[in-house]
Ligand binder design. Sequence first.
Ligand code: NAP
Length: 286
Amino acid sequence: MMLKETLTLSKGVEMPKLALGTWMIDDDKVAEAVKAAVKIGYRHIDTAQAYGNERGVGQGIRDCGVARGQLFVQTKLAAEIKDLDGARAAIDGSLETLGLDYIDLMVIHSPKPWMEFSGEDRFFEGNLAAWTALEEAMEAGKIRAIGVSNFDEADLANLIDNARVKPMINQVLAHIANTPFALIDYCKANGIAVEAYSPIAHGKILDHPGIAEMAAKYGVSVPQLCIRYVLELGLAALPKTANPAHMASNAEVDFEISAEDMAALKAIETISDYGDASVFPVYQKV
Ligand SMILES: NC(=O)c1ccc[n+]([C@@H]2O[C@H](COP(=O)([O-])OP(=O)(O)OC[C@H]3O[C@@H](n4cnc5c(N)ncnc54)[C@H](OP(=O)(O)O)[C@@H]3O)[C@@H](O)[C@H]2O)c1
């Protein structure tokens, strides 16, 4: 059963491969979503300071009836924080807002502040400062594993070459029709696990005819095919939904996609339009 499978991060931390994404689930609704997901069998929940729902996620974790040690909570240091003291304070802030004694995985949300996402400055110094705060927090037992998100090769190389601890994961945009193959290879070569965010393209490929046809061939839904695709690539998958029926079906992905069909899915053209979601910087790189 996929919900029981894990990826082993460097330093031996076991991370469940399938997580519940919580972006755009309101703080006052997310505790219910977390509890529903845990009841179905999810053990990994992804949140972020920027989502404004860490309080509710923490409440769901505390109230779900499963021991804290069986759960894996991931959050993200806000993209704008690129200094040591600011990062130290924000890490403690997440622990307080979540109401938890420790965080399983904390990642730098983006190498660049969102307002400067398309700029030339890669904030190498600032990312090293934020990373130092994460290293310290891990050494202090506040965080079990540390990583990054939206980092390209150059951003990763900056940490690999200059920091004490290598990033353990990179959480990136990855789905059928938009998979960063070279970046994934680079991460794997450097012992960095990869998590696929927006594995269902933020809901924007649900009606893609070619993908729907292939899903029908396997007798699965488009979201199930999408989730299985990133798992077949060796990535963790973070589908978002607040709907328990969707949570349950998104976890029923124990089928295999043939090598031939994986090749066909890899060849599907890049989607160039994320519709109303295109306002978010992460969808503007295509
Ligand atoms: N690090 C980053 O910068 C970053 C950026 C984006 C996302 N993320 C993370 O990745 C998570 C997932 O990404 P995402 O929220 O962009 O999108 P996603 O998971 O690719 O897609 C979510 C959309 O698909 C729908 N959906 C999910 N399961 C479904 C099902 N079984 N049947 C029909 N529709 C279904 C959801 O609607 P319903 O809610 O109605 O089911 C929602 O509209 C986020 O929540 C967040 O945790 C991280």
